[in-house]
Design a protein around this ligand. Structure first.
Ligand code: ATP
Ligand code: MG
Ligand code: FE
Length: 341
């Protein structure tokens, strides 16, 4: 089958056409980094307007690039949440209009499901079940992916997401927005053992992550004036990696039999994090896959691919389906945490 995908949940406007045999037939992506940079973060209203301006011509261009007519697609897949609601609505409403005009079925995709299944688009050898480290701007989770639509969340963050910690560290160090790549770049010239920083939750019997304390420690280290920016960046990144490895150890000891580890989400673009995970997988005799960088940060190919994964299940969504600012991958785990379990 062939699926047109639309992504507009944050600050990338993206459209892609993907085939079930993993070919990306065409894709375009427009980042809004410059529009948001002066504010040091994404401004929802600016993002929604930019998506609205760019999306329609981008859809036309991608169809032309792939030399495909809309009615030849088997589904139109759009991110329906979670994310900044204005932007999500722009993408979802566009998809509904296309579906209505063409008669092609609509699929409302969970953005996190797009990230979660992206390793399978990148690598046909990633088979269910696999252990997923999902690290992005808004999320930090360990998920046992048992199949399409079958996500068991084993761990989440009790405060900040990892991407958020990278972005806040960048802001403290004056590196600008987006912060993750800037911190990674600066860390290359720093000493990762120079600044003593905490490893929140390391060794905890709880499965979860926490990064708020690490961010505060970065702020104090910076304010002390005793350390170079590069040393702080490198020490922060090393602390984050320590936390990730410890939490994966915890999950691997409890998740039952898995032979595959994958990482996805924007922070999965980080080189030292990818290397650390690869090494962990080697030690544990696990197969490891990290998608290419362009499939880690937000993109529409992963949304179209989530649609491809759903095609054999024969599921589409009604045209009155609502956009959702919050939409957990594993509602049961989310409800249990909300209840303080
Ligand atoms: P979510 O997917 O949780 O809704 P999002 O879509 O905004 O959030 P992504 O686009 O998946 O997030 O990821 C963006 C995040 O990834 C940002 O926090 C950014 O700083 C981080 N990031 C991107 N590249 C790197 C990198 N090389 N190193 C560390 N972090 C990175
Ligand atoms: Mg972005
Ligand atoms: Fe994302």
């Amino acid at each position: 089958g062939i699926v047109l995908g639309i992504e507009s949940s944050c600050d990338e406007t993206a459209v892609a056409i993907v085939a079930s045999d993993r070919r990306i037939l065409a894709q375009r992506i427009a980042s809004q980094d410059e529009a948001h940079a002066p504010y040091g973060g994404v401004v929802p209203e600016i993002a929604a307007r930019a998506h609205a301006e760019r999306l329609a011509p981008m859809i036309e261009a991608v169809l032309a690039d792939a030399d495909i007519e809309l009615f030849e697609c088997d589904a139109i897949a759009a991110t329906a949440g979670p994310g900044l609601i204005g932007g999500v609505m722009v993408g979802l409403v566009s998809a509904k209009a296309l579906a209505m005009a063409s008669g092609v079925p609509l699929m409302a995709i969970n953005h996190l499901e797009g990230h979660a299944l992206s390793p399978r688009l990148a690598d046909e050898n990633v088979v269910f079940p696999y252990l997923l480290l999902l690290v992005s701007g808004g999320h930090c989770q360990i998920v046992l992916v048992e199949g399409v639509g079958k996500y068991r969340r084993l761990a989440t963050t009790i405060d900040d997401a990892l991407g958020e910690a990278f972005d806040k560290t960048a802001k403290i160090l004056g590196l600008g927005y987006p912060g993750g790549p800037a911190v990674e770049r600066l860390a290359r010239s720093g000493n990762a053992t120079a600044v003593p920083l905490p490893r929140p939750m390391k060794g905890s019997a709880e499965p979860h992550f926490s990064f708020a304390g690490l961010k505060s420690a970065v702020l104090r280290a910076h304010q002390s004036g005793e350390h170079s920016l590069a040393d702080i960046a490198a020490s922060f990144q090393a602390a984050a990696i320590d936390c990730i490895l410890d939490r994966l150890d915890h999950a691997l000891a409890r998740c039952g039999e898995v032979s595959t580890l994958v990482v996805a989400g924007g922070v999965a673009a980080n080189g030292p994090i990818r290397s650390a995970l690869e090494q962990l997988a080697r030690q544990r005799d696990l197969t490891f896959t990290a998608p290419p960088l362009a499939l880690c940060t937000d993109n529409a190919a992963m949304i179209a691919w989530a649609g491809c994964e759903r095609l054999p299940l024969g599921q589409s969504d009604p045209l009155d389906i609502a956009a959702r600012p919050r939409w957990p991958l594993d509602p049961e785990a989310e409800a249990a945490r909300g209840a303080g379990v």
